[in-house]
Write a protein that binds this ligand. Sequence first.
Ligand code: MRU
Ligand code: ZN
Length: 207
Amino acid sequence: MNDRDKKWGELAEIKRELAERDWFPATSGNLAIKVSDKPLTFFVTASGKDKRKQTDEDFIHVDQNGLPLPGQKGKPSAETLLHVEIFKKTKAECSLHVHTVDNNVISELYYEKGSVTFKGQEIMKAFGLWEEDAEITVPIIANHAHIPTLAAEFSNYVKKDYGAVLIRNHGITVWGQTPFAAKKYLEAFEFLFSYHVKLKLFSITNQ
Ligand SMILES: CSC[C@@H](O)[C@@H](O)C(=O)COP(=O)(O)O
Ligand SMILES: [Zn+2]
């Protein structure tokens, strides 16, 4: 199997696993995996499709600007420019974007603060944080409809080879050095969001 097919298979497997979690409601979500470094090219999900379905047109091979390589059919994700920022600025190999109710609620609750911080949770070891008092902070940005504007603001928070940004009332984008790492971080963040939302609800109903 050549490298291109291997990357396709890896992204398809992640897509299937995230679909099993029901993290692609109403055609939302997009995923990307780097295929080559020099020149930079990557696979990104095709726009507007039901990402729960598996087809031979699921991914489009795009260049460093997010434009389809010659011979590619279909339209790359509307949010391809966010993935471009990640691959251009870091050594990340994979980036994942999903809309969930929990990540939307957290983004709305903490938007005015500009970020949300979690601490004291065992699952944070998934981020490589082993200290008892470890904290993790996720920035929250405005949901600009103009994607180049969204990508420019998003880019301010793309500094390391792994990371995450919440987009207000939209979703989360998570990236990592490997597809496995990106998926692990996404699952850990969604765990934290879900826990936090439930804890908040519980404390309100018990006042
Ligand atoms: C109901 S899908 C919302 C889209 O605008 C977008 O946010 C999204 O995540 C999927 O867009 P896509 O172009 O399919 O990658
Ligand atoms: Zn989206």
